[in-house]
Every structure is written in C-alpha cells, then in structure tokens.
Design a protein around this ligand. Sequence first.
Ligand code: GDP
Length: 296
Amino acid sequence: MFDSLSEKLESVFKKLRGQGVMTEDNIKEALREVRLALLEADVNFKVVKDFVESVRVKAVGTEVVQSLTPGQQVIKIVHDELVAVMGGNEDNGLNLAAKPPVAIMMVGLQGAGKTTTCGKLGRHLKNLKRRPLLVPADVYRPAAIEQLATVGRQLGLEVFNSSADQKPVDICSAAMRFAELNGFDTVILDTAGRHQIDDFLMNELAEIKAAVLPLEILFVADAMTGQEAVNVAGGFNERLDITGVVLTKLDGDAKGGAALSVKAVTGKPVKFVGLGEKLDALEVFHADRLVSRILG
Ligand code: GDP
C-alpha cells in the first residue's frame, strides 16, 4: 500500500524542521505530494489544480506553529480546505419542508445504484417517522419494477403498482395522487437510467420533473467510476438542476475523490453515501469523514 499523505509530507519536511516560515520553495515538494494524493483518489485534474493553488496561497508565508511540524501544518491546511470545498460540515439533509406529499426524484446512469438507494432512503425516512411510498418508474429495464417491489417487501415499505406499458410521467403523476389520497408524505421516484446520457432519457426526466415538482432531485453516482461520474453529474445538473448527490459503492476501493469533483463541478452537495449492497448501508454525508479517507 501507499504511505499515507501525512507520512509522505512528514518526510518531505524532515529537512525543514526549525525553519520558521513556509516559502514557495520549501512547500513545492509538499504540494506535489498533495496533488498526487488527490489524483490517486480520483479527483478531477482541473479540480486538483485549483485546489492545490488555493492551498499554496494559504500556506506560503504562514509561520510554522510551534506545536506542529510543517508536514502536520500543511496537512491541516489541506484538510480544512478540502472540508470547505466539500461544503464544510454544514447539515446537507433533505429538504422536505412542504405540504405533503413531497417527491424525491432519483436520477443517474444504469447500475449507479438508484433502485437500491431508493430502498435505503425509504428506510432512512421511515426511521425518521415519515411514510414513504416507493415508485418504480423505470419501464425500460425489464427487472427494475420487480427489483423495487422486492426491496419494498424486504423493508416493509409500500411500493406503487406500476407496469411497463405505462408512460413514466403518468406513473409518477398517478403515484403523487395515490400518495395524497392514502396518507404517504414522501414519494421516492425510481427513474430509468442509461449507459450514457441521451436526449430521450433527459427529456423524459425533465417531463417528470415538470409534472411532479420534486423538492429533491438526487443524482446517484457510482464512486468507482471516478472521473466519469463528474462528467455525467455535470450533464444531469445542466438539464435537471439537481439538488444533491448520493455517492454509492464507497465500500469498495474508491477513495471518494469523485465526491469532491462532483461538488466542485455542479456546486451541489453530496447528501448521502452508499456503503454496501445491504439496505441499511446508507450514511448521511460528512465532509470530515470523506476528507480523512482521501488523505488516508
Ligand atoms: P440502478 O441501475 O441505478 O437502479 O442500480 P441498482 O440499484 O440496481 O444497483 C446496481 C448494483 O450496485 C447492484 O448490484 C447493487 O447491489 C449494487 N450497489 C448499489 N449501491 C451499492 C453500494 O453502496 N455498495 C455496493 N457495494 N454495491 C452497491
């Protein structure tokens, strides 16, 4: 395994102990290590470039605090900057404050984890004493409707009855009416994905958005896809003005740099992370935790 960034920086700065101030020269090598660590964690290269520049500006001229080594101090600057770029430690909870039923629309590429995340989110909301209704609106992938029904059964959550011969926008509108009549306060819409962004899909999602006016549109991104997740997030955000991101499969090898890039590119917060295939493997996003993971 790689040494952690902290260890690398400690060794970079070994020679530097006792020299009061950080200068362009003496932090050059440290910034190189920071850049490599971020690229290794799959952060988009443009995002890395801007980020390293902001760390440089903060670090140069800084006096080395007595209690820290220069390496520890750069780590602290990098850590604090990363947390700030990720939106700080503010609460990025769901915005559900409106007259019920409110809709949460899940969007993303096929395989990103939408259907699974619908179930996880339903469970999360149930724990918060809400009454969620799961709605299968992916009529193209043959097994998708049945998959969500299975997830609903496992969690004891109601799943709206839809069939593959209906138009997705009709399913979603009918589900909103059903929720209103039957006392469900939150409607989670599982929409179709594709292997890549296409106009047909985007038009369909825009149509659903216009019909149900969701309070949340969550883009579900597979952390393992790294850089690609960023381009795709940009595309979905442009067309749909998403409200947040769920980063799935962080239980794998991905270091989670995609979270940083997606936030930097779309300006939208990561709200949840998926940490496994099981339906309880969902966590509210904490910038601190992700940053520790990236810095290793
Ligand atoms: P969809 O096509 O976007 O609806 O994706 P699915 O919900 O069907 O998920 C695709 C695959 O990813 C399934 O095998 C899921 O079990 C798996 N998956 C989803 N979320 C996670 C996660 O957080 N971690 C892991 N390891 N697997 C996940």
